[in-house]
Design a protein around this ligand. Sequence first.
Ligand code: PLP
Length: 496
Amino acid sequence: MMYTSTRNTALHVSAAQAIAQGISEEGGLFVPESFPVADLNAMLPLDYIGRARYVLSRFLTDFTAEEITQCAERAYAPEKFENDTPAKVVSLDAHGENKHMLELWHGPTCAFKDMALQILPHLLTRSMKKTADGKTAVILVATSGDTGKAALEGFKDVAGTEMIVFYPENGVSAMQKRQMDTQEGDNLCVCAIEGNFDDAQSGVKRIFTDSAVKAALARKNKMFSSANSINWGRLLPQIVYYFSAYLDLVQAGKIAMGDWINVVVPTGNFGNILAAYYAKRMGLPVQKFICASNRNNILTDFIRTGVYDRKRDFYTTISPSMDILVSSNLERLLFHLCGEDAGKLTAWMEALKNGGAYTVDADTANAVRALFWGGCCDDQKTVEVIRDVFARDGYLCDPHTAVAMGVYAQYTAETGDATPTVIASTASPYKFSDSVLDAFDCEKPDDAFEMAALLARLSGTKVPQPIAALEGKAIRFHNHSTADQMADFVLKQVGV
Ligand SMILES: *Cc1c(COP(=O)(O)O)cnc(C)c1O
């Protein structure tokens, strides 16, 4: 199995090289050159680790079976996740609907990013050994909140790695900020950026492709790598849980083997929903991908019109992990749907960079629309959804998951489609207690931990242990930078 770049198909690299490098030289993203077909019946009896080994081994043909087993067993060890399986499915079908929550937030940081970031360090360090032995990987992360903490936790004290996390100072929740600023580990640091997530992400992308900075690093026997969802090692593990959810539903008798499902994903950088699309390419019977956005609804517009236009206002919302105007992984989907034409992708991405917009050709736009349905949900509606879902289904969802549920309701109202549906539940409501409490009639306390305690009382659910444990931890990081000074900050941190 080899990988190529969305902007240069003359390139053929191994999985290890794609993972170690993170992003291709010319700025394109690594994509698999073909998709192996999965045998659902063979995967059915396996547990989560077994299913992960099954999927990973088909894409990581330059890894030994032993290496893949080690990676999967360390990442998804029972003590790291709250339940007996890392990706639990909770069916909300008491009222006759066929909808199922795929809970991806029972890991160490209470967000779905753990599903990939618990395994990425193992994949990355092995990839570095295969391709750049002896080099230290310097991992830069731009985060809208959840990635940062999950990456820090995954890479904490991993030998041969250093990590710098940038987050928008006013774009993350109090609990998310606390989670990052208290992070332990000797190989990492955290820095707040003046600006929004896109400023942080563009800053990281600029540093990645700056040849002067790269040369300075090389002299120290270091190289850049990425833990953002542009890294193939992030996407690949996410394919697993769509298979796992489907097979769990078959085992629970909720669907029959071979039945179609729809998938709803609260979407930001387009990584999670792209992993669902990759599962389909491997044979998972997914009919429709419902792409849910908050008020930053650039993807809704794109799916409906074929025009991607970032010349619009950026909104800070109560679902901050989806406050994004440039969804990087869309580039991969477009590559697959436009006939794998790197020339087209290069032109569109250049147009986006230089003019702030691009329009895909009619065939590609139709191919997107045949598979994807886009909808959006503003903050006020999101809070209503949290209230309604709790009242009706007894299910407490975080604002990101509520956006997905709100958009799913629009979808069924508009189409009447009653296909069994898996809804990605991407964060614990306790990461966003402040906003979730707005769905309850109550006086809100100021303190984040008192809010969590109140939410537990009102909802009859429990504060997850990783959040409760933050209360006693000291703030360790107070760094601050403008977007323009990020490169200098990096050079100073890595000792150049
Ligand atoms: C990151 C994140 C998302 C968006 O996922 P993408 O893969 O970036 O589309 C949605 N919800 C939560 C809670 C997240 O942390």
